[in-house]
Design a protein around this ligand. Structure first.
Ligand SMILES: C[S@@+](CC[C@H](N)C(=O)[O-])C[C@H]1O[C@@H](n2cnc3c(N)ncnc32)[C@H](O)[C@@H]1O
Ligand code: SF4
Length: 270
């Protein structure tokens, strides 16, 4: 196999799909990244997979997708694993191809994009919004984009993300939301990500306030959401001292007024 394909089984526990199974497939477009987040294993190693960082070849993408056609299980596709997918020089072409061949969801049932939003131009926003509305796929195929922000202020962003791109990322997301609303589309929903850690916990409240003001119908979540709306997602930090990071998570969110029971680690957390 030329590149990385990770498969994990996934049990849906939403009310609608209580016992159905689906498979998450991560087809990693690249393990390069344009940021250096302090908590991320991608930025801790020069060789994320034991070989130098690479970009996926077109043939690998095309063949991998076509091999999924009529696969018996339901496929949830993500174009990332460790790196930043939008950094791939042909990101738009790759994603357009995937959606273009997905007639009647024969290739994948769901698609999720995780990005740091630094390379998220108006053209790219428009393209992704249009792909989500294609008439030959189910309405909820491109259900959400997760934006990994992890900070509110410029200074904290710089400390956590390793670069001074806070304004760009925030501006890109706000423009995406404005465009989605102007076009009258609901999807993709957005999930505003904040991994709670010692260097950003003090601004969880400001992050929450800002996104509450800028999202209309939304939920606040502490685990991966399967809801039909935008989300502000506070995520616990995965570390080698999990007890300590869980405690910081609980304390930070309790101070914001969230009930302890809602903050407990769910069975699907990872
Ligand atoms: C590895 S990134 C790859 C995709 C993209 N570059 C991004 O940042 O969204 C996938 C997700 O992992 C999260 N992440 C990275 N390190 C983490 C950690 N130690 N604990 C919890 N989440 C982490 C990031 O916030 C991001 O949402
Ligand atoms: S942007 Fe994503 S992949 Fe890059 S270092 Fe941050 S969390 Fe890791």
């Amino acid at each position: 196999m030329e590149h990385i394909a990770s498969r994990t089984r996934n049990t849906h526990t939403s009310e609608k799909e209580l016992s159905s199974m689906s498979i998450n497939i991560n087809l990693e477009l690249t393990d390069h990244c344009n940021l250096k987040c302090t908590m991320c294993s991608q930025s801790m190693r020069d060789e994320a997979h034991g070989v130098p960082h690479r970009f996926m070849k077109w043939e690998t993408w095309r063949e991998s997708l076509n091999n999924l056609r009529d696969f018996p299980d339901e496929i949830q596709l993500c174009p990332h694993w460790l790196g930043e997918p939008t950094l791939h020089p042909d990101f738009d072409r790759f994603i357009s191809y995937a959606f273009g061949i997905n007639h009647n969801n024969q290739i994948f049932r769901g698609f999720r994009l995780h990005t740091n939003a630094v390379l998220f131009s108006e053209e790219r926003s428009r393209l992704l919004l249009e792909l989500a509305q294609l008439p030959f796929i189910k309405d909820d195929t491109f259900n959400f984009i997760h934006f990994s922000l992890d900070a509110f202020s410029k200074d904290t962003y710089h400390i956590i993300k390793g670069k001074d791109t806070r304004e760009m990322a925030y501006r890109n997301i706000l423009r995406f939301l404005a465009l989605r609303s102007k076009l009258g589309y609901l999807r993709p929903f957005v999930s505003m990500g904040f991994v709670v850690q010692p260097n950003n916990a003090h601004e969880a409240q400001e992050f929450l306030n800002f996104w509450e003001q800028n999202l209309s119908d939304h939920s606040v979540d502490f685990d991966w959401q399967h809801k039909e709306c935008d989300s502000i997602y506070f995520r616990r930090l995965n570390t080698d001292n999990q007890e300590k990071s869980d405690l910081l998570f609980m304390n930070t969110l309790s101070k914001l007024g969230f009930e302890q029971t809602k903050l407990m680690r769910g069975t699907e957390s990872f």
